[in-house]
Design a protein around this ligand. Sequence first.
Ligand code: NDP
Length: 333
Amino acid sequence: NRKILLASRPKGIPDESNFTVIKESIPEIKEGEVLIRTIYLSVDPYMRGRMSNAISYAKPYELGEPFLGGVVGRVVDSKNSRFQVGDYIEGRLEWADYNVSDGKMLRKVNPELAPVSTALHVLGMPGLTAYFGLLYIGEPKDGETVVVSGASGAVGMLVGQLAKLKGCRVVGIAGTDEKCSYITEELGFDAAVNYKTTENLETALKTACPDGVDVYFDNVGGEVSDSILSLINFQARIIICGQISQYNLENPSMGPRVGGQLLKNSAMMKGFIVSDYEEHNDEGLAKLSQWLREGKIQYRENVVIGFENTINAFLGLFRGDNIGKQLVKLTEE
Ligand code: NDP
């Protein structure tokens, strides 16, 4: 049983030396427990925060502690009456080939509803993040303009599509031309801006948003987000979902003072964590499943094969390697 542990805390951008891979025998289960074989592992940007010991919303991993993240797996042994061998489950488990669980925090996944991997994105945590952030905080209305950064990633690709369902003009910001084509040509965004190659992001966004910006869904922070501020409309809503451009900085950069822009536009800026809304998870998942079934939302996965590629897949999030949700596939279903 291979497992990935935190070896050291990164300074700046993490690298392979911050991780250790160990091998142990496959664990035995006790009464009430299940043994799960991992099919898919999720690598997520928030895990970078847990590698540091700074206080954040997710508690830091201890040195020598296994990485925990979203896993879709199959029950291969069970001493728990709720689970049968062969069941598919999703849970927050170790980055390992096998996990033992008491089943309390596991969710059963029905392979007939959608591919089981979707429990790690559109029908899981990133999907709910897009749903709550955009619909509960952003409250987009027909005809408004919604801008989303990190637009081709797990959360961003859904935010834009949900905003289209609400009748909005949707503009995505992403880091390659291929990502920009994906969101406009395949997902139906109205416009996309490549923040890495555009000479003046603010001017490009102004052109893409002729009526200004009513909702900005921020996945990245930093200069990309600064460039939106001058474009916001009266009563704009700015949703702070993620700040990936800042996660690897030892000293976060200082941006412009936002108070003036918020004040003169009666605008709102609000941060959130997906678990703030967990009492609404069933509603969110039911809606997302329905839209997926009806073909109203689509997704893309960036799947790398093999446990040995997990660390590189995680590091790739910060290089922008992924279009859609980054997953690691360990075994066949
Ligand atoms: P993504 O699938 O979007 O993957 C990360 C992407 O971020 C990369 O592909 C890259 O795309 C972009 N990126 C990386 N570095 C930078 C940078 N320096 N500046 C701008 N963009 C960068 O990840 P997720 O969809 O899973 O997460 C998106 C954001 O949402 C993250 O910030 C994450 O922490 C946050 N999040 C927050 C949650 C909450 O509860 N609040 C829950 C889940 C996620 P590109 O090529 O476009 O640069």
